[in-house]
Design a protein around this ligand. Structure first.
Ligand code: PAF
Length: 285
């Protein structure tokens, strides 16, 4: 795989491809690639002729007490995985080039960034939106692929693309899971053995809510309490939120009509790892 470090070089390569009529696809990642990322790349390759994967641990989306320093960075491994998966270009800029000392511009998306993960991670989506817009400007992709696991991130990016008239189509790929249902995540590595044994409960709760929804249950309160009761069976898992919101505006719903997002976040008690997951009741993202 062709690894590009410099922003200007990346922009030149992409505009040359565009001028020749290529369709450019982008998969933004922070590396530590797992099967979820590979699924995004596979979809990207179906939708484009040149696939670009960015690998950049974006400092502006981490809070001061978050895991920026310890976030895994297996760069050589990542390039091998990207190569095997048929990626054409890995774009891995340096933080000092993305954010030089005089850097001053940030994208703030209002309202939908306030609830769910935004409530406990102030500034997180400002950092995400800023870096994603920078990648859109550097790579000028026709399509960009994101995972449904980060459902609020998807809603935020879609809002930004619409509000700022970004010329890119956003594609959302389903969450890839471990055998016990745990959503694949680069942060799963932080889990202790005991936490890992209990972490399948996140998905178990979502499945039970889906089952009740299919049987006609439309009360948000009943569905959320069902999930909460299942999470109580796992002593190492402390829920941060279990919410049912409108899938696009992310406003809380009392009764379900139309597509609703059931989103959960927990913190584990030994390694203090934050895990998120979600499902859509009555539609898709
Ligand atoms: O989902 C992620 O890995 C990150 O939030 C993203 C989209 C690559 C921005 O840094």
């Amino acid at each position: 795989v062709n690894v590009i470090r410099r922003i200007e070089e990346m922009a030149e390569i992409c505009s040359a491809h565009r001028a020749k009529g290529a369709r450019i696809g982008l998969v933004p990642t922070m590396g530590a690639l797992h099967e979820g990322h590979i699924a995004l790349l596979r979809r990207c390759r179906q939708e484009s002729t040149i696939s670009v994967m960015s690998i950049f641990v974006n400092p502006t989306q981490f809070g001061p007490k978050e895991d920026l320093a310890k976030y895994p960075r297996p760069f050589k491994d990542d390039c091998e995985k990207a190569n095997e998966a048929g990626c054409d270009i890995v774009f891995a800029p340096e933080a000092y080039e993305m954010y030089p000392p005089e850097y001053s511009t940030f994208i703030t998306i209002e309202r939908i960034t306030e609830g769910l993960c935004g409530a406990s991670r102030p500034g997180h989506f400002r950092g995400v939106a800023t870096v994603v817009l920078k990648f859109f400007n550097i790579v000028s992709p026709h399509v960009a692929v994101f995972g449904q696991k980060d459902a609020q991130q998807v809603a935020v990016i879609k809002r930004m693309v619409h509000d700022l008239n970004c010329n890119v189509r956003i594609i959302v790929e389903p969450t890839v899971r471990e055998q016990d249902g745990l959503a694949k995540s680069s942060r799963n590595k932080y889990l202790t053995d005991n936490e890992r044994l209990q972490a399948g409960v996140l998905y178990k709760g979502l499945l039970e809510a889906e089952r009740l929804y299919a049987a006609g249950q439309r009360s948000s309160e009943v569905l959320r309490e069902t999930v909460a009761a299942i999470y109580q069976t796992a002593p190492l898992v402390a829920p941060e939120y279990i919410e049912i919101v409108h899938a696009a505006t992310l406003t809380p719903l009392l009764a379900l009509e139309g597509p609703a997002l059931l989103a959960v976040a927990v913190r584990t008690k030994e390694s203090l790892t934050r895990l998120i997951d979600n499902c859509i009741l009555g539609g898709e993202l």
